[in-house]
Write a new protein. Structure first.
Length: 400
């Protein structure tokens, strides 16, 4: 397991704070005491070795922090919960305390999380592009060239209609066009490589010289990445987090493409059959940390990678809402967060709305996502969500 650190998101109520702390491994009595102390923050360090956990525990006790250690839910290491005031946490994780090679990077990340008001990474660089995500949220317009996607299946299956819609989305304020040739809705059957290429490559070729914004391809297949990047695409959006195709990492590395790694549990045809988690945040953070490690091992630098918690992929309604409440915890992974909630089933279940009636529910998730640190939003309704994201950003992050 790859060591990681995150700050437990502030809970909406003392009762909710206790639940989050207990789920994170803090003893119930300690959790109740901490929840009553609004000044306390909780750092969760996961995937630690036994010696690393003992060292940090001793430092925390020395400086007066509350510590609880448990075996990680995801296996392969220890999880350490350190709760204290900001001043004490700064003392515990000061650079002078950590000179061990295995602990120094973790301590450095902890300090950066503690010191920065908005700790999420704000630069996404790939190819000849460099997107500064601190200036305003990035809108990724969805273009499904499929006959069966859950929301707009068959609408843009015709290549000429697809090209027109992409140009329209750019005019509406999209920063990226994300083209998908295979539906990944729950219980959807897979599409073979040749069929996916027939759907996607002609659209990419037709748009490559006409769009001024980058083209992303929503695929988990290395062969599709190679063909579409050669045709003019610049980003690979992999719902599997580099786990479905062993050749995917190399294909992205060789192409110089940007990369989105998403969390899922199982393939689309089976993912909604297993949606229970002991600690959903620990599982998703651990999975994405492993995806980042795979990317690095293949020679893909961090600056080219964005993370996506995978709303709707192997998660219940309650699980999706939990992730949205605690989005800020993903800052510990050190990469920008992409959020894909547009028109999804959990919105329909919460509000009792059909797919074409989920605009306002989607808008609520985008606004909250901006406030809690997400910076890229994958949406169908580009014009409306451009306004929602920009307004939420103006409120949450006032200009200097």
């Amino acid at each position: 397991m790859i060591p990681s650190v995150r700050v437990l998101a502030a809970a909406a109520s003392p009762g909710e704070a206790v639940r989050c702390l207990v789920t994170a491994g803090v003893g119930e009595e300690a959790a109740r005491s901490l929840a009553a102390n609004g000044s306390a923050r909780v750092l969760l360090l996961e995937g630690l070795g036994a010696d690393e956990a003992r060292t940090i525990s001793a430092l925390a006790a020395l400086h007066g922090g509350a510590v609880d250690t448990v075996h990680s839910v995801s296996g392969g290491g220890h999880r350490l919960a350190v709760a204290a005031s900001l001043q004490i946490l700064r003392s515990i994780f000061s650079p002078q305390q950590f000179n061990q090679p295995g602990l120094a990077p973790l301590a450095d990340r902890a300090m950066r999380l503690l010191e920065q008001e908005s700790p999420s990474a704000t630069l996404w660089a790939f190819g000849r592009r460099s997107l500064d995500l601190s200036r305003r949220p990035c809108i990724m317009g969805i273009l499904n060239v499929t006959p069966d996607s859950f929301s707009d299946g068959n609408t843009y299956f015709d290549r000429f209609r697809a090209v027109d819609r992409a140009l329209e989305m750019e005019a509406e304020g999209a920063d990226i066009i994300d083209i998908g040739g295979e539906s990944t809705r729950p219980f959807s059957p897979p599409v073979d490589v040749d069929e996916e290429l027939r759907r996607v490559v002609p659209v990419v070729e037709a748009l490559a010289g006409r769009l001024s914004i980058p083209i992303s391809v929503d695929t988990y297949k290395a062969a599709v990445v190679r063909a579409t990047m050669n045709a003019g695409a610049e980003i690979a959006n992999d719902i599997s987090g580099l786990t479905f195709d062993d050749a995917m990492s190399a294909a992205v590395a060789e192409s110089g493409a940007g990369l989105v790694v998403m969390h899922t549990r199982g393939t689309p045809d089976s993912m909604q059959l297993s949606t229970g988690y002991d600690d959903i945040m620990a599982d998703v953070v651990s999975f994405l940390g492993q995806s980042l490690h795979r990317a690095r091992a293949a020679g893909i630098p961090d600056e080219r990678v964005v993370i996506d918690p995978g709303i709707g992929f192997g998660k219940s309604v309650a699980g999706n809402l939990e992730i949205l409440r605690r989005l800020s915890e993903f800052a510990g992974l050190g990469r920008p967060v992409l959020l894909g909630t547009s028109r999804k089933t959990f919105i329909g279940k919460v509000l009792g709305r059909e797919v074409d009636e989920r605009l306002f529910g989607t808008a609520a998730t985008v606004a909250l996502g901006v406030a809690r640190g997400a910076s890229i939003f994958r949406v169908h309704d580009v014009k409306a969500m451009r306004d929602v994201a920009d307004m939420a950003h103006a409120i949450a992050y006032p200009a200097d």
